[in-house]
Design a protein around this ligand. Structure first.
Ligand code: C5P
Length: 232
């Protein structure tokens, strides 16, 4: 599994996204397209970024009945994204259906990873709102194991959970971790953060980095710094 830095392109329009991506004249970064940009610009934005030579993580976090997710995944597969995701809370059956939908006629498919519990969910909201009474760590690991059982390729998780996910689901099971900050940078609204070097040490396979790159004075230099700390 090759380690890579994924830039979260949390922009509100295609114009802003391309103004940002145009700066990268050398290495083409792996980019994450989330709900905001996808809902604003539709599938065209995915095709255009792909055409420019970037790998794409389409972060739409699907969660619906198995048949609906299966059909939606087959549309995403036709968009030729490299990585996409869903909520493990949709059950093993939904994840299996998603994989079926994602698999193309020639047997190839994008990688598929699961969100376990969102990092915005804490023990209290999980117990009170979702009526899940187990410790959150146990729930996260159980959902990761479910994703593995369904045949998925990995999970999105906090860098602090990546080591344990690998212990339980194996080294090949991909961990994609947001919440990354430079040692000398702003933490912003992220609560539990790690530097790219720490995320590497703990065994993250991909780090997702947004504002430390997108809001930097020199985004290309910030990206190169992430790559140097995490990949090299
Ligand atoms: O700007 P920043 O580096 O905080 O961006 C992190 C990206 O990862 C954002 O797109 C955010 O939505 C996403 N993300 C996250 N925490 C999760 C799941 C996704 O920060 N648990």
């Amino acid at each position: 599994m090759g380690k890579d830095v994924i830039i979260a392109c949390d922009f509100s329009s295609a114009a802003k996204t391309f103004e940002f991506l145009d700066r990268f004249t050398g290495r083409k970064p792996f980019v994450k397209i989330g709900m905001e940009l996808f809902y604003a610009e539709g599938p065209a934005i995915v095709k255009e970024i792909k055409k420019r030579g970037h790998k794409i993580f389409l972060d739409l976090k699907l969660h619906d009945i198995p048949n609906t997710v299966k059909k939606a995944m087959s549309v995403l597969s036709n968009l030729d994204v490299d990585l996409c995701n869903l909520h493990a809370g949709g059950t093993v059956r939904m994840m299996e259906a998603a994989l079926e939908g994602l698999t193309r006629e020639d047997g190839t498919r994008p990688l598929l990873i699961a969100v376990t519990q969102l990092t915005s969910t804490d023990q209290e909201s999980m117990e009170n709102d979702l009526l899940i009474k187990e410790p959150i760590d146990k729930v996260v690991m159980h959902y990761a194991a479910n994703a593995k059982k369904a045949g998925l390729d990995g999970v999105v998780c906090s860098p602090l959970e990546a080591g344990k996910v690998h212990d339980i689901c194996g080294k090949e099971f991909i961990t994609v971790t947001p919440g990354v900050r430079f040692a000398d940078g702003d933490v912003g609204d992220q609560k539990r953060v790690m530097t790219p070097a720490e995320a590497k040490k703990i065994g993250s396979d991909y780090i997702v980095v947004g504002r430390p790159i997108t809001a930097a004075e020199d985004p290309v230099a910030a990206y190169e710094r992430c790559v140097a700390e995490f990949c090299d």
